[in-house]
Ligand binder design. Structure first.
Ligand code: SF4
Length: 348
């Protein structure tokens, strides 16, 4: 059980927990009134307060630099709004749609790409908005997969989640339901039998865990993931490449291995989005490609996520390499960095 029992939600609570120095309280209260703060007991317990560069603290403890917005940063960096036919639905790709049930999370990540839209009190879809969202999905037969995201859908009470999932599963052309969540690491105690029963629908249901550092996979988090997988729900992961958190191959490799050991297949490594006030946490794409090459050279194929960028403006995700094939297709680079002609020259 975590030693702390309450979620920290204000700069003064962070001072009390010794996560920030008292002299920063005013500045960080300004940040907290702009972008929501919440750090759950499970994550507070993981923070080493003696380490000024602690990778868990960097993800959740607010920073004065969040109030510095760069020209290229925008409130809706991945363009959800441009692809929202009805409130709560984002329909960007032909065969899948997002259903955003609520705008709250158990923890608020400092690099969140939806940070302008989420926070406590930002509400959930009303009954009539949910009916309109489900109606849109029901009359759009090309939607094969629905992704419940938010906010964090697992924050909903199991009964409400069950109602939504049952109604979704009743739509014949919806064959796959996917939930994006941080709950198993942020609040593993919420993965209860009632929650797991709520996810049982008869349709293929997947859970995608957001985790960025191997320390997040504590014993409790691993046990929560095992409960999900043992209930017949396969798990994938998504991580965000973050400066100072996981931008070295040892940490990234340890994260991917920890996920695979938990039977979670690494799916996406996101290049950090151009969300306002997050420049201090972003790497360059070139750095990300060097890391991906190193990961490929040293770790099992099971540990390889797709490195992707959400193209600003709502144009969707694209893999961003690195590429192992030369532009003309005549040379291929192996996992040690050596180049080979393709097809091999006769006599090679
Ligand atoms: S859990 Fe996801 S939606 Fe919630 S704050 Fe973190 S990145 Fe944003």
């Amino acid at each position: 059980m975590p030693a702390n029992s309450k979620t920290l939600r204000s700069a003064s609570a962070l001072v009390e927990a010794q996560l920030i120095k008292p002299e920063r309280v005013d500045a960080l209260q300004n940040v907290a009134s702009r972008y929501a703060v919440a750090i759950t007991p499970a994550l507070v317990d993981l923070i080493d307060t003696a380490d000024p560069h602690d990778p868990i603290a960097l993800q959740f403890v607010p920073d004065e630099r969040e109030l510095e917005t760069r020209l290229e940063e925008t409130a809706d960096p991945i363009g959800d709004e441009a692809h929202s036919p009805v409130p709560g639905v984002v329909h960007r790709y032909p065969d899948r749609a997002l259903l955003k049930l609520l705008n709250a999370c158990a923890v608020y990540c400092r690099f969140c790409f939806r940070r302008e839209m989420i926070g406590p009190g930002r509400g959930a879809l009303t009954g009539s908005a949910l009916a309109a969202a489900l109606d849109y999905i029901a009359r759009t037969p090309q939607i094969w997969e629905v992704i419940l995201t938010g906010g964090d859908p697992l924050l909903l009470p199991p009964r409400r989640l069950k109602d939504v999932i049952t109604r979704l599963a009743a739509i014949d052309h919806v064959k796959v339901i996917r939930l994006h969540t941080r709950i198993p690491v942020a609040a593993p105690e919420r993965v209860t039998p009632a929650l797991l029963r709520a996810l049982r629908t008869g349709k293929a249901t997947y859970m995608v865990l957001h985790a960025n550092h191997p320390r997040e996979l504590t014993g409790e988090a691993r046990a929560a993931c095992a409960r999900v997988i043992d209930a017949g729900i396969p798990m994938l992961s998504q991580s965000v490449l973050l400066r100072g958190v996981n931008d070295d191959v040892e940490t990234l490799g340890a994260l991917m291995r920890a996920l695979v050991e938990c039977r979670i297949k690494p799916y996406y490594l996101h290049h950090a989005d151009l969300a306002p006030g997050t420049a201090h946490l972003r790497t360059s794409i070139a750095q990300g490609q060097v890391l991906m090459r190193a990961l490929h050279g040293r770790y099992s194929g099971l540990c390889q996520p797709h490195y992707v960028l959400d193209i600003p403006g709502g144009h969707g995700k694209s893999p961003i390499g690195p590429s192992y094939l030369s532009a003309d297709g005549s040379q291929i680079t192996d996992f040690k960095g050596a180049r080979h002609a393709y097809p091999p020259r006769v006599g090679d």
